[in-house]
Write a protein that binds this ligand. Structure first.
Ligand SMILES: [Mg+2]
Length: 254
């Protein structure tokens, strides 16, 4: 049986409830627009959600040179147009308000900290692999208190790769001084978190929070869990390692 000594985590909707955070921020912005312009707030939320889903689900390495701030304004402009408002200045205001509202709604998924603490106590190295951009996600990492709890952070535009590129997972293993066969990837999106990590040879854990069935004709996750707190039950961790394991392999911070 393989023994895992390194665990990579996705951030959004894995270690924190991003869907609730972004929809509540979008709703706060849409309520303001509804008061000002008399549109249906929920229709604007739905339009923004559609624009955001389209952007994130089609994210490729070509997008990484774009400013996420500009993309956010473009998404709000697209959403406003769908409810009949073509107003660039309003789109800029919406994007600003949205970013402010997002920072109010950041919270770790219940059980996340306990899982990270327990894995470190077992001598595991921990990494964060996100398709988020440096302009937003370093702040998010700090606000969520994850900075000191992980050994390395892999943000899409900093590494120049996006999930599901298998090379991104191999890169993370190299930086952390581990081997893919001894590394696990935990994430909530089958296509982004599981497929590429599986191809790179990692042990894969799907956090099933979206109730989307895993395609039968694709690679299957090694484990499926309903809550982040269940990670410890499914990882083949092997015997606990001592402190000498962590100090034996210094990990580059950048
Ligand atoms: Mg995610």
């Amino acid at each position: 049986m393989r023994a895992i000594d390194t665990v990579l985590f996705d951030l959004d909707d894995t270690l924190h409830d991003d869907t609730t955070a972004y929809l509540s921020a979008a709703r706060a912005v849409a309520d303001g627009v509804a008061r000002e312009r008399g549109i249906d707030a929920q229709a604007l939320v739905d339009a923004y959600e559609a624009a955001a889903m389209a952007f994130w689900s089609s994210l490729s390495s070509e997008h990484l040179t774009h400013s996420i701030g500009d993309e956010r304004e473009r998404m709000w402009h697209e959403a406003l147009e769908r409810v009949g408002i073509g107003d660039r200045a309003l789109a800029v205001r919406c994007a600003d308000g949205y970013v402010r509202a997002r920072t109010q709604a950041l919270e770790l998924t219940p059980g996340s900290l306990d899982v990270l603490t327990a894995l470190r106590e077992r001598g595991c190295k921990l990494g964060l692999v996100t398709n988020g951009f440096a302009a937003t996600h370093h702040d998010k990492i700090d606000r969520l208190g994850l900075r000191e709890r992980m050994d390395a952070f892999f943000l899409a535009d900093e590494v120049g790769m996006v999930k599901p590129d298998p090379e991104l997972f191999r890169h993370a293993c190299r930086v952390l001084g581990s081997e893919p066969a001894r590394t696990a990837m935990v994430g909530d999106r089958y296509a982004r978190d599981i497929v590429g990590a599986h191809e790179a040879g990692l042990f894969t854990v799907l956090l099933d929070v979206h109730a989307i069935p895993v395609p039968e004709n694709g690679p299957q996750p090694d484990a499926v869990i309903a809550s982040i707190a269940d990670v410890l039950d499914v990882l083949p961790l092997g015997a606990p390692r001592g402190a000498d394991f962590r100090s034996a392999e210094p990990i580059p911070r950048e």
